[in-house]
Design a protein around this ligand. Structure first.
Ligand SMILES: [Zn+2]
Length: 317
């Protein structure tokens, strides 16, 4: 049977239920934990986070994938307590959001060291938490082109994915050619990679989304809800109908098997105010109703939120 690593243990993929594939309990830039003006008490963090996860659960959500990498505020003991409290499965990741958020200890390390680090977190556990990572995060640094460090991290991630069977989730899908070349060189099938943020307002036009699916990769429409319609939209916002049309082009154009969707929301952001009015529950409040309105059938909705994520997250080796 296919298995998936969650922070409370390895479970059958059939138990994941509806999956939010790219979310954050709390994301911050490296060092934000040292900024005392942003410190929150544990009570405040729970107060901001637990109701969102409880609502997710009540709406029918089963699994929350936390895409916060090493150095960006990942806090696995906290995730374990949230999962136990709310009944939501939480999948934690190893890896880095991008080379530019890796601290020097990792930024200066060779591929072999980084691969060993990722493999340890997947097969032994993250630090002393005993929790195993269920997915590997990689990403493109600011600037729109993969840096030498980004490439080193992608290669280490590919090796860890081949060895452990855990999939890769990318931050940004721009400059995909060198990424795909690295995955091919390392022998990683491209259906083990979710190319994320193909839908965000800054990068959607620059992303070779059609080419990526033709190569066999999966596309992450995972910034749903960051809309220009919000009262104070972030710079990566996009008009709601534009993002939906973009998604439907793939869902209704023969690629429903290769797309995943999520909201990339922060339950309780670290060191920044976050985006007001946006939570993981956008999936239930807006996205699924919008898909139904557009004529997407229940079978396809189940494929996008239940079956494809279970297949993607399953440990394949
Ligand atoms: Zn994210």
């Amino acid at each position: 049977m296919s298995k998936v690593n969650t922070v409370l243990g390895t479970i059958p993929a059939e138990e994941l239920g509806l999956v939010a594939i790219h979310e954050h309990i709390g994301y911050g830039m490296p060092g934000s934990e040292l900024d005392t003006t942003w410190w929150k008490t544990p009570e405040q963090r729970y107060e901001e986070t637990v109701p969102k996860l409880r609502a997710f659960h009540e709406n029918g959500g089963g699994t929350f994938v936390d895409a916060t990498g090493i150095c960006n505020g990942r806090d696995v003991d906290y995730y374990k307590s949230l999962s136990a409290k709310t009944g939501v499965h939480i999948v934690a990741c190893t890896g880095f959001v991008g080379g530019d958020t890796a601290l020097p200890h990792f930024a200066n390390a060779p591929v072999e060291y980084l691969a060993a680090q990722f493999i340890h977190e997947i097969t032994v556990g993250i630090g002393a938490t005993g929790a195993k990572a269920g997915v590997i995060k990689v990403g493109v640094s600011r600037g729109g082109r993969m840096t030498e460090l980004d490439k080193r991290i992608y290669r280490a991630a590919a090796r860890a994915a081949v060895q452990t069977g855990v999939p890769i989730l990318t931050h940004l899908a721009i400059d995909a050619e060198p990424a795909i070349a690295i995955f091919r060189e390392e022998g990683l099938p491209l259906d083990r990679v979710l190319f994320g943020h193909v839908d965000d307002g800054v990068n959607a036009e620059k992303t070779q989304d059609t080419w990526i699916v033709e190569q066999g990769g999966r596309l992450g429409f995972d910034t749903f809800g960051y809309e220009t319609e919000l009262p104070d939209p972030p710079f990566w916002a996009r008009p709601r109908n534009k993002r939906l049309e973009h998604f439907l082009r793939f869902v209704q154009g023969g690629h429903a098997d290769q797309v995943l969707a999520s909201a990339d929301a922060n339950c309780s952001p670290l060191g920044w105010p976050g985006v007001k009015g946006h939570t993981v529950n956008y999936i239930f409040e807006q996205l699924i109703p919008d898909l139904r309105k557009a004529g997407v059938d229940e079978e396809t909705i189940t494929k996008i939120f239940v079956e494809s994520p279970a297949d993607f997250l399953s440990i394949k080796n």
